[in-house]
Ligand binder design. Sequence first.
Ligand code: AMP
Ligand code: MN
Ligand code: MN
Ligand code: MN
Length: 283
Amino acid sequence: MIDLHFHSLYSDGTDTPEDLARMGDALGLAAMALTDHDTVDGLHRFLAMQDQVAPRLLAGTELSCTFLGRSLHVLGLLVDPHDATFQARLIELRGRRQDRNLRLVARLQELGFPITLERVQAEADSPLLSRVHVAAALVRLGVVTTPDEAFRRLIGDGCPGYVSRQELTPREAARWIREAGGVPIVAHPGRFAGRAFRWDEAMQDLRSQGMTGFESIYGEYGPEEEAYFRALAKRLGMLESGGSDYHGANKPGVPLGRGRRNIAVPDHFLSELESARARGDWN
Ligand code: AMP
Ligand code: MN
Ligand code: MN
Ligand code: MN
């Protein structure tokens, strides 16, 4: 069993990279990839744990792009965390994120909420700020009672407090990941659109833009979604990936390795990703 999607406190999770490696070890995982949003900065600490734990520790990251006018997440699995071009590109993305954060706080102030960037920063253990931290600040200020309510009423996509940020195209995201030696994987397609969506056509479009595969097993899929996306991968001949999307205390009820409903991502997903990468025929 493996887990190729989870977050540390270097983005919007709450665990240290060392604790994540130890937790995967305790679970008996065969391999695990840390995939923080827009950063590879937690990876040196994570990868340095390799001599202390049994699971293979792998590099990853998660980028946001815009597809059909909505946000689509892309995992960069097996990227080289030392790649200087990739690091510079991630700095650019974090700049756009910080610009979005400033506008998001200003928008919430316009709506009458007493939030400040300092309040948001106080909820985070790293300089990278996410809407997760904005949601935590809104809870602490008593504006909402749960982070989920903050996303549903105020800061989720399409809500009154939502502000967009300049995101990559899927083509750019895939190219950046490939140029850093990684494999571009569409993250949780079931969160982008449900099974009624024209996924055959959309996923082939994403493949033509450089995506190698997608998450067919995911910590928040129901059994029907998992069956649907596993069948889609077989139909299209695309690679599969899987992970919990564990965020620690920032996403309760979604444990590492297991997700909401005790998923089991098979080891062969990783061997197939690695052989495709070694062959260089990622499409
Ligand atoms: P950002 O990347 O700053 O736009 O924040 C998006 C992050 O918010 C995602 O990566 C999720 O971790 C988190 N998120 C999205 N929707 C929800 C929700 N309904 N409840 C809690 N966290 C959420
Ligand atoms: Mn997240
Ligand atoms: Mn995501
Ligand atoms: Mn994620």
